[in-house]
Design a binder for this molecule. Structure first.
Ligand code: URA
Length: 183
């Protein structure tokens, strides 16, 4: 199935009544043709819900900056989320929501060929490695999960929360540079 046909299906999803009631837009994500790097975040926030694009708020602006520092152009990078709809008031995704949304991301990743995947933050890392997986222990190297290459790292929101001199910022910067070096 083509990316566009899949995106149309995802936009029509009504599996999570609470999210459907609150959302303005389904944020399908972006997969530029031939992308060799695909980032996976958690879920859309307010700005993403408004614009219908992933990572366009504060965390997204930081991400764009760190990608550029690593020599990567956001326009060439896939950006997906574990949930396609904004959880109300930006609460964490619930386990049943993640389970209902899982097949969409699975199918999106099937469109990504053998791209290097970067899991941003606890929810995405848990999606690949199982709940309870520890970013601090896993980050900094690429693992193979179900035949896919996955690099776990911190979420840009964590980097913002701990500030420019915090450990998550340094780790995220380092891990994106590692990802770029592997392409
Ligand atoms: N945080 C995420 O995890 N995804 C987005 O798209 C925006 C913020």
């Amino acid at each position: 199935m083509s990316w566009e046909a899949l995106a149309t299906e995802i936009r029509g999803c009504t599996a999570c009544p609470e999210l459907v009631a609150e959302r303005d837009r389904v944020v399908v994500g972006e997969l530029p043709a031939g992308a060799r790097l695909v980032l996976v975040g958690e879920a859309p926030g307010a700005q993403e819900d408004l614009e219908g694009r992933p990572f366009v708020g504060r965390a997204g602006q930081l991400l764009d900056r760190l990608l550029a520092e690593a020599g990567l152009d956001r326009a060439d990078v896939g950006v997906l989320n574990t949930l396609k709809c904004r959880p109300p008031a930006n609460r964490a995704p619930k386990t049943p929501e993640l389970a209902r949304c899982r097949p969409w991301l699975e199918r999106q990743l099937a469109c990504s060929g053998d791209a290097l995947l970067v899991a941003l933050g606890g929810t995405a890392v848990g999606w690949f490695f199982g709940r309870g997986a520890k970013i601090g222990a896993l980050r900094g190297s690429v693992a193979t999960v179900d035949g896919r290459r996955v690099l776990p790292t911190y979420h840009p929101s964590a980097a913002l929360r701990f500030g420019p001199n915090g450990a998550p910022m340094a780790a995220l910067r380092e891990d994106l540079a590692l990802a770029a070096s592997l392409l």
